[in-house]
Design a binder for this molecule. Structure first.
Ligand code: FAD
Length: 398
């Protein structure tokens, strides 16, 4: 099979970029495909957000996957007639997850993206100046004139060192295929200090479990996971002028409010603590002992909590995603990387004349918002520009 555009990864980023290429550049549907192992597009997004019981997105309603900036609000207005209110949370008109997902379905349907989804995994890529040869785990091969690597971090959940994998009572809620949700009333320990852990704990409280939330730090409050100034020139001007990628990495790390929660979630957690529906522990897990029907978890506070299960909501590992497929591509095509291991790309997000990146792989160019929905839109802007100009010469990288 040969295509003009092959998108690797059918998550939030892959879906948006596909819509942009079809809807704005006029790429023909039979010349574009999306490869993703999920049984449908954005399957990882749906699984992760459903598991933690997220009701509203953290980001505002202008961050969505359609082309027109006000598309989600328009979509909501049409639905509100039939479904009543509660579709947005204030401040910043953050959409309900159900609304956001329904809107994603509509984008998928409008562009017929499900038919372009190849349910498979890319195992190897080899690039030359005419295009990229891609091998899939099924043994199929696709030749693509242009490749977009839209592989997010969602396949690499961060496991704390103490939490040995393979223990039946300790699970990571973002592990692909997670299905260890407690069915009857249990004592559950949630580990993590950010919005996912907080929302997960609140879902468990709502379902009448006895919940312990363990965080290494106090509840840090931030509306967004980075300052909105990173969406425009306020902070991005200085970031883009910085030619030292080590310093860019340091700026990204400093800008991210990792392990933080927005005010409404913080308030709900405080209420649950006050009502004794949730026990809060500020400390580290120092060890655990598995018993026949429970697990004893030791904390740095000297407390020992006995739980039926431990659910980790400790986010995703910060290493570059893509594993050996990306490692081998870097080696074979001599692709430039910064010392943090992440791609050095040009302003059009080209890592190679035929390879574009988005999401975590684009963050040294797009800054701290790169992994988010806003980052998908920024990546879409750059890739559309490159596709429209048709000029695929590599710009100066440094
Ligand atoms: C619980 C949660 C809530 C969030 N809420 C918000 C929010 O409110 N607002 C916001 O802006 N952001 C939010 N984010 C952050 C971000 O928008 C999401 O993580 C989003 O899903 C990232 O999309 P993605 O396409 O980059 O990555 P992913 O969702 O990880 O999708 C990438 C896809 O690529 C596939 N893939 C990987 N390797 C290969 C390969 N070799 N071959 C083929 N396919 C491959 C994966 O299987 C996956 O399906 C949230 C994240 C989480 C986890």
């Amino acid at each position: 099979m040969s295509v003009d555009w092959l998108i690797v990864g059918g998550g939030i980023h892959g879906l948006h970029i596909a819509a942009r290429l079809l809807g704005e550049v006029g790429v023909s549907r039979d010349r574009l495909r999306i490869v993703d192992p999920g049984d449908r597009l954005i399957a990882r997004w749906r699984a992760c957000t459903a598991t933690i019981g997220m009701n509203y997105l953290r980001s505002p309603s202008v961050h969505h996957l359609d082309l027109a900036p006000m598309s989600l609000q328009r979509f909501a207005r049409e639905r509100k007639i039939r479904r009543g209110s509660g579709l947005f949370a204030s401040p910043y008109e953050r959409p309900a997850l159900t609304l956001f997902n329904a809107h994603c379905d509509q984008v998928e349907e409008t562009f017929g993206l499900a038919d372009l989804h190849i349910r498979d995994r890319v195992t190897a890529c080899s690039a030359d100046c005419d295009g990229v040869g891609v091998e899939l785990s099924s043994g199929r091969r696709i030749d693509a004139r242009n490749l977009v690597l839209a592989i997010g971090a969602s396949e690499q959940p961060e496991w704390p060192e103490w939490a040995a994998r393979g223990n039946s009572r300790i699970c990571h809620v973002f592990e692909p295929g997670f299905d260890e949700w407690p069915s009857s009333s249990e004592t559950v320990m949630v580990v993590g200090g950010g919005i996912s852990a907080a929302q997960l704990a609140l879902r468990l409280v709502e379902e009448d479990h006895d919940v312990h939330l363990v965080s290494r730090h106090v509840l840090r409050q931030h509306q967004f996971d980075s300052d909105p100034g990173w969406l425009g020139p306020k902070f991005m001007a200085e970031f883009s002028q910085e030619r030292d990628f080590g310093r860019r990495r340091a700026m990204i790390t400093a800008a991210r409010h990792r392990g933080s929660v927005p005010p409404d979630v913080r308030q709900l957690i405080r209420k649950a603590i006050a009502r004794e529906q949730l026990e809060w522990h500020e400390g580290e897990v120092t060890g655990f002992r598995e018993r026949q029907r429970a697990i004893d978890v030791a904390l740095s506070t000297n407390a020992i909590v006995t739980a039926d299960r431990v659910l980790l909501a400790t986010g995703f590992a910060s290493r570059r995603p893509g594993g050996s497929m990306v490692d081998e591509l870097i080696a074979s095509a001599s692709l430039p990387c910064a010392t943090c291991g992440y791609p050095i790309v040009d302003s059009m997000l080209r890592w190679h004349p035929r390879i574009f990146v988005s999401g975590p792989l684009a963050e040294l160019e797009l800054g701290p918002v790169s992994r988010n929905i806003a980052g998908a839109r920024r990546a879409g802007d750059r890739i559309v520009d490159a596709a429209r100009t048709g000029s695929l010469e590599v710009a100066e990288l440094t």
